[in-house]
Design a protein around this ligand. Structure first.
Ligand code: HEM
Ligand code: ISQ
Length: 154
């Protein structure tokens, strides 16, 4: 099953419309994850070690945005190359970090759900089953690429 130009367009179009509100979007994304899986909050060192409330944490927005940006980039790569083509070194780093911090399959599932809900709330007028599936597929491919590198560094 290939990733179509239409699917790529749905992802890119919605991201272009959402990114103006990056700060709000990032906070909502995090809050949705922690609403479903409160214990996931403990995984993030910059939240554990912080004395300011969640919404004032300076690392929150850039971190949350990296998930949106990388998923959007994966949609482009899937259409162009039929697979996720994140740089080898980036993928190794991502795999190692997520392994080290104890991220498991359930976290990836909750995060997928939260990502899709956040997009739905951000661009309700654009939202459709096709858009949901396009973002979902791009996310799934990115996650399986990260998972292949989730092992201890020797
Ligand atoms: C760190 C992206 C899924 C938890 C990171 C970093 C990136 C990233 C870019 C920073 C890595 C670095 O330090 O260089 C992604 C992407 C994901 C994903 C693209 C899925 C497509 C998840 C999930 C969880 C998670 C499902 C758990 C709910 C973490 C944690 C860190 C991290 C705990 C380390 C944060 C710290 O420095 O304390 N992720 N992530 N990630 N991610 Fe993810
Ligand atoms: C996963 N990895 C890093 C940062 C994140 C921010 C929000 C939601 C998920 C994340």
């Amino acid at each position: 099953l290939e990733f179509t130009e239409e699917q790529e367009a749905l992802v890119v179009k919605s991201w272009n419309s959402m990114k103006k509100n990056a700060a709000e979007l990032g906070l909502k994304f995090f809050l949705k994850i922690f609403e479903i899986a409160p214990s996931a909050q403990k995984l993030f060192s910059f939240l554990r070690e912080s004395s300011v409330p969640l919404h004032q944490n300076p690392k929150l927005k850039p971190h949350a945005m990296s998930v949106f940006v990388m998923t959007c980039e994966s949609a482009v790569q899937l259409r162009k190359a039929g697979k996720v083509t994140v740089r080898e070194s980036t993928l190794k780093k991502l795999g190692a970090v997520h392994f080290k911090y104890g991220v498991v399959d359930e976290h990836f599932e909750v995060t997928k759900y939260a990502l899709l809900e956040t997009i739905k709330d951000a661009v309700p007028e654009m939202w459709s089953v096709e858009m949901k599936n396009a973002w979902g597929e791009a996310y799934d491919h990115l996650v399986s690429a990260i998972k292949t590198e989730m092992k201890p560094t020797s």
